[in-house]
Design a protein around this ligand. Structure first.
Ligand SMILES: [Zn+2]
Ligand SMILES: [Zn+2]
Length: 239
C-alpha cells in the first residue's frame, strides 16, 4: 500500500486494539494493557515439541517427547498460551469474522517459527476444513494465517494437496482419547507428487491436544513428505 494512502486511512480509521478497541498510536495490534495480559511461551522450551519448560532452560527432548514413539513432527512451535486472556483474540478470528486479527497472529507465527525457518522449509499448509464446514463458516482461519505468513516467509502455500474427507464433529466436544478417534483417517493426500520429499509447515490457530495436527502429519509423512512441522499461534498448556 502507498504510504500516503496508509496515512490517510489511519486518520479516518485509526488502528484500534484488537482486544479492547482502544485507539492505538502505533500499529502493534494490541494496547499496552492487553499486551501485558497475554502469556507468551518464550524461549525456554523443548527443542522438539515446543512445550514450555518450567526449569527455564531449553531441552533437546522433554519427557513428553521421549515417551512418544509415534512422533511425526520435526518441530512443534506456538507463540502464546491459550487462556482466558488470549481466547477472544482467537475465537473472534475463527468464528466471528474478525479476519483483521490475521496480521498480528501471523507475525506471532513468524516469530514462533524461528527454528523452522532456520532449518529450512518448502511449503506452508493450512489444516484443511471439510468442504461442508468451509461452506458454512465461509473461510478457513488457518488459510488466512498462511496467506499473511507467506508474505514474511516468501514460502508457497499448498491449499489443495491435503484434504479433509471426514466431516468430523468439532474437537471441543471430545476429551483427549476421543479426539484422537474423532480425527482418525479424516485426511487424505490428494496430490502425492506435490508433497513428496517436501518439508511442510502445518499452520493452525490453536493446538489443544494436538490430535488433528498429528493426524495430518501422519498422513503427510506416510504419503512421502520429508518432514512436517506444526506451527500454531496458541497452545493449551496443562500446568
Ligand atoms: Zn487493549
Ligand atoms: Zn518435547
Amino acid at each position: 500500500m502507498y504510504p500516503w494512502l496508509k496515512n490517510l486511512i489511519n486518520i479516518v480509521l485509526p488502528p484500534r486494539c484488537l482486544l479492547c478497541g482502544k485507539i492505538l498510536s502505533g500499529e502493534n495490534g494490541l494496547c499496552g494493557d492487553c499486551f501485558s495480559k497475554i502469556k507468551f511461551i518464550g524461549r525456554s522450551i523443548c527443542h522438539k515439541c515446543g512445550h514450555p519448560q518450567l526449569s527455564g532452560r531449553c531441552v533437546q527432548s522433554c519427557p513428553l517427547c521421549t515417551n512418544n514413539h509415534h512422533n511425526f513432527f520435526r518441530f512443534q512451535r506456538s507463540y502464546i498460551y491459550y487462556d482466558e486472556q488470549s481466547r477472544p483474540l482467537l475465537v473472534d478470528f475463527k468464528f466471528h469474522d474478525k479476519t483483521e486479527n490475521a496480521e498480528l497472529l501471523a507475525k506471532w507465527l513468524y516469530q514462533a517459527g524461528n527454528d523452522i525457518w532456520q532449518q529450512g522449509a518448502d511449503i506452508l499448509m493450512p489444516v484443511p476444513l471439510h468442504r461442508a464446514r468451509l461452506r458454512y463458516r465461509k473461510y478457513n482461519q488457518s488459510a488466512l494465517l498462511c496467506k499473511e505468513l507467506a508474505k514474511m516467509t516468501k514460502l508457497p502455500i499448498d491449499y489443495t494437496s491435503l484434504i479433509r474427507i471426514k466431516n468430523t464433529k468439532p474437537q471441543v466436544e471430545f476429551d483427549g482419547k476421543n479426539r484422537k478417534r474423532n480425527v482418525k483417517n479424516a485426511f487424505i493426500v490428494k496430490n502425492v507428487k506435490a508433497i513428496k520429499g517436501k518439508r511442510i509447515v502445518l499452520i493452525d490457530d490453536i493446538m489443544t491436544t494436538g490430535s488433528t495436527l498429528k493426524e495430518c502429519a501422519e498422513t503427510l509423512i506416510k504419503a512421502g513428505a520429508e518432514s512436517v512441522d506444526a506451527l500454531t499461534v496458541a497452545r493449551v498448556i496443562k500446568s
